[in-house]
Design a protein around this ligand. Structure first.
Ligand code: ME8
Length: 648
């Protein structure tokens, strides 16, 4: 018998700021899967929540003059408001400050200690405060900074408890190498090479340097380090080691944990090790997606309100935003967010594609039959292909949802939208409508379209739960017609179905006007410099204007760009500098893909002495600014300038 229970989780988010579109992605993706599984008849548990302990929260609360609990209460309300707005159907919301979780984590910590997997030691290492992570020297990036956020780390030493990782190394390696636990699979090798092959290091699991955490019961100087606290949420929320819930037996092991790549290591290595130590079953899948980036950077809280999901949702509808972010993000890869791409996608897929299909079909049923189809039918050319594509769709979306490839599932659904629009062009109902003897054929054409729309909108409902009921209403589909079972069949609507013309579900957006409006909003809501968390580096010793005149900065255009072989950091650019061209090597590969740069105008230091980098000659340097996280942002002129123009 098929296992009819399904457990899916998002990460529990840090409520150290307001939620943004990045948090929306994981939550909306999990929500869509949860809804899809419920539609398939699964008994679903969908968990989300907030990870509320740690130094960062303690510091933020202090800065605001309130207690950490008061601080997280305010922020959690923001998260919950957004989830309501985005129509997130979570079954359970865990807060790591909930009493039952605190007690369960203490029991887990004690059990690991009693089993000898946790021991006391002293930690000396490089500590990144924003990430609350200790790193070893070899893990730091090339600038000696945090490998996750690239900010400065500080030397830190403290008495701490450690979790022994080495006993689990072989089993974790096998889990990553031989099973499809980690999706996409290509990320597994990266983890094996970077963390397991060099020897799994024991994990520091307690802190004495701050207080806002779960106290270690047998040593009250210590609070539990955030990852043991945070990762345990997936089981405590089901009732593991607590009386609050009693769902552990029903739902564990989880079917899908979904996270972004920044916390992949914790979920792919540390979480399985913890469960192995507790002798509990391992989750079935870890789905890792990339980051939503904005201007090449990981989107984060400090980027201003242009991507505030509330603002976008109010303007274009929560479902359009849900659709866009899920359609854009391929599992594993980053996806760059742009207002323009979003608006164009809403126009192309939703307004012109699906919206047009629904409104044209319903309008024709109205026009030619007064809103109710007659029961006579006449089959014709093109019907079989449309019907075959529509009835095959459910099996495809089932498979892709199970693989957590939601962008591909949506792409499949929209190929059927296109097929149906093409069917209108092929069958030309407006020609059939002029000929009384073709009424039965016209009724068949329109019925086939209504049926195709019913299948499409049923399968789209988990992704767009607010807008699809509007489609059902317009095509005359009643509750008994709308089900997973019926999504695999053709001929479900009654032959004499009555449609109901209604509002335009996806109005076309005026791209230029909206971009202007959004730019205005960015301007108004741009984060104030005092709270963007950036401290400018010290100004260099003074120089004269003559010193400056020695630096020849020019505008040049990128003609070609490729990665330098054997280097992760370097790109090799062929530039048109208006003076015959030149080759420049630049250490920006971490932040820019070659295709992002081709055609762009950049600024170069044109008279820098040539050097060889990784064996490749570089004649000059591309100007870039440091962002606050240590990333590089190339300076592009905001107007077209001739190649070779001098910058002063
Ligand atoms: O890491 N693009 O919390 P967090 C895509 N508390 N997804 C993004 C994103 C972006 N730009 N920014 C955030 C934590 N996310 C820990 C997790 S779990 C036991 C503890 C999403 O608030 C994505 O799901 O920093 C990522 O994994 C998560 O938010 C990190 O959220």
């Amino acid at each position: 018998m098929q296992d009819k229970r399904f457990y899916i989780t998002t990460p529990i988010y840090y409520p150290s700021g307001n939620p943004h579109i990045g948090h929306c992605y994981t939550t909306v993706a999990c929500d869509s899967i949860a809804r899809y599984k419920r539609m398939q008849g699964f008994d679903v548990m969908f968990l989300t929540g907030t990870d509320e302990h740690g130094q960062k929260i303690e510091e933020k609360a202090k800065a605001d003059g309130i207690t950490p609990k008061e601080y997280v209460d305010i922020k959690v309300a923001e998260f919950k408001k957004l989830w309501e707005y985005m129509n997130i159907s979570y079954d359970r919301y865990i807060r790591t400050t909930d009493d039952y979780h605190v007690k369960a984590v203490q029991t887990i910590f004690n059990r690991l200690y009693e089993k000898g997997y946790i021991y006391k030691g002293e930690y000396t290492g490089k500590y990144c405060t924003p990430c609350e992570s200790f790193w070893t020297q070899s893990q730091l990036d090339e600038n000696g900074c945090c490998p996750e956020c690239h900010r400065e780390v500080k030397e830190a030493k403290e008495e701490a408890y450690f979790f022994k990782m080495s006993p689990f190394a072989d089993r974790i390696e096998a889990l990553l190498r031989d099973t499809d636990y980690l999706r996409p699979k290509y990320r597994a090798q990266e983890l094996i090479n970077n963390f397991i092959k060099p020897g799994l290091e024991d994990l520091c699991v307690s802190r004495t340097s701050f207080k806002w955490g779960i106290p270690v019961t047998f040593d009250d100087k210590h609070v539990v380090y955030v990852w043991i606290d945070a990762l345990s949420n997936y089981i405590t929320a089901l009732g593991y080691e607590n009386e609050r819930y009693d769902d552990y037996k029903t739902y564990w092991p989880a079917d899908v944990h979904m996270v972004a790549k920044d916390i992949m290591r914790f979920h792919a290595i540390i979480w399985p090790a913890m469960l192995m130590a507790l002798e509990e079953p391992l989750p079935k899948h870890l789905a890792v997606h990339g980051w939503i980036t904005f201007n090449g950077e990981k989107m984060s809280k400090s980027l201003g309100n242009v991507v505030d999901p509330f603002i976008l949702g109010q303007r274009y509808g929560a479902d359009s935003i849900r659709y866009h972010i899920m359609r854009e993000m391929a599992l594993g890869a980053d996806s760059s967010f742009s207002n323009e791409v979003m608006i164009n996608r809403i126009n192309t897929d939703l307004a012109n594609g699906l919206g047009n299909l629904v409104s044209r079909t319903v309008a024709m049923v109205d026009k030619y039959f007064g809103g109710t189809l007659p029961t006579e039918r006449e089959a014709g050319e093109f019907d079989d292909d449309l019907i075959a594509k529509a009835t095959a769709l459910r099996a495809k979306t089932d498979e892709l949802v199970d693989l957590t490839q939601l962008n591909n599932a949506l792409a499949e659904i929209f190929t059927v939208v296109s097929r149906a629009n093409k069917y209108i062009d092929e069958t030309m109902p407006w020609v059939l409508g002029k000929d009384e003897s073709k009424k039965a054929r016209l009724a068949s054409v329109l019925y086939n379209l209504l049926e195709t729309i019913r299948i499409i909108s049923t399968l789209l409902s988990p992704f767009m739960p607010t807008d699809m009921p509007k489609v059902f209403e317009q095509i005359g589909a009643k509750d008994e017609h709308i089900s997973y079972e019926n999504a695999g069949k053709f001929g479900v609507l009654p032959l004499d179905v009555t449609v109901k013309r209604g509002e335009i579900i996806f109005p076309r957006i005026d791209v230029d006007k909206e971009i202007d409006e959004l730019n205005k909003i960015i301007g108004e809501n741009a984060p104030k410099t005092e709270d963007d968390g950036f401290t400018p580096p010290e100004v260099q010793p003074e120089i004269t204007i003559d010193d400056f005149a020695k630096i020849d900065i020019r505008v040049a255009q990128v003609r070609e760009c490729e990665k330098v072989k054997k280097s992760k950091k370097l790109l090799c650019l062929q530039l048109d500098d208006g003076m015959g061209g030149r080759q420049v090597v630049s250490g920006i590969a971490e932040w820019y893909k070659p295709e992002d740069l081709v055609g762009k105008k950049v600024m170069i230091i044109a008279n820098l002495k040539p050097v060889k980098l990784c064996g490749v000659e570089s004649n000059g340097m591309i100007c870039a600014a440091d962002d606050k996280d240590g990333g590089a942002v190339v300076i592009f002129p905001d107007q077209d300038l001739p190649n070779g123009a001098k910058v002063r």
